[in-house]
Design a binder for this molecule. Structure first.
Ligand SMILES: Cc1cc2nc3c(=O)[nH]c(=O)nc-3n(C[C@H](O)[C@H](O)[C@H](O)COP(=O)(O)O)c2cc1C
Length: 179
């Protein structure tokens, strides 16, 4: 299956995750660039759209879209991406390295809220959603400490342990010769 990873990242965790996925699936990757790349303004809903992509989504069998969650919402650059390209997307997989935990996935800022927004926009084209909670790289005693996880960013040093277990299952699911 010809796959492409598109990502947006502000602090680097989703950049790391997207690059890792593209590397392991041996596929192309492209960064989504909002015309106004100002995190606070985008969070307030100011939306000037994204810059034009260098590639065409219809050239791929599967699109993996990767980016963070802010305030329980599908963030502006990712929402713009889905709305603009959904007609040309054959199969969409949404992944996020986020702050919310598996236990908190249905709570106010939980990732399931965002998964539902993606499914609403993409309909049946949304094949799968996967969360990689950043707390999984922290020791258990720091996982409820919001200041600890807000300061933590995924990188090659801390990408180990539980988060890798989740990641390996994800990659196995999308490695074609294992399907
Ligand atoms: C202002 C702000 C709001 C956030 N809100 C949420 C949220 O509602 N739910 C969640 O799961 N994570 C939330 N997070 C955590 C981010 O999704 C997480 O830190 C993510 O890994 C950042 O990705 P990046 O490093 O690629 O920018 C928030 C982070 C920031 C900075």
């Amino acid at each position: 299956m010809k796959t492409k990873v598109y990502f947006y990242s502000n602090k680097g965790s989703n950049r790391f995750l997207a690059n890792r996925i593209a590397n392991d699936l041996n596929c192309e990757i492209e960064e989504i660039k909002p015309r106004l790349n100002a995190h606070m303004l985008m969070m307030m809903g100011i939306n000037l759209g994204n810059r034009k992509l260098k590639s065409n989504c219809e050239d791929y069998d599967r699109i993996i879209l990767c980016g963070p969650i802010w305030m329980g919402k599908l963030i502006v650059p990712l929402k713009n991406f889905i709305k603009k390209h959904i007609d040309k997307i054959n199969n969409l997989v949404f992944v996020t390295c986020c702050g919310s935990t598996f236990e908190g996935k249905d709570k106010k800022f939980g990732h399931n809220l965002v998964f539902n927004q993606v499914k609403e926009l993409a309909g049946e084209k949304c094949n799968h959603c996967e969360a990689f909670p950043i707390v999984l790289v922290l020791p258990v005693e720091l996982r409820d400490d919001s200041s600890a996880f807000m300061k933590t960013h995924l990188n090659s040093e801390n990408f180990k342990g539980e988060i890798v277990d989740v990641y390996d299952k994800f990659i196995n699911k999308f490695t074609d010769n294992k399907k």
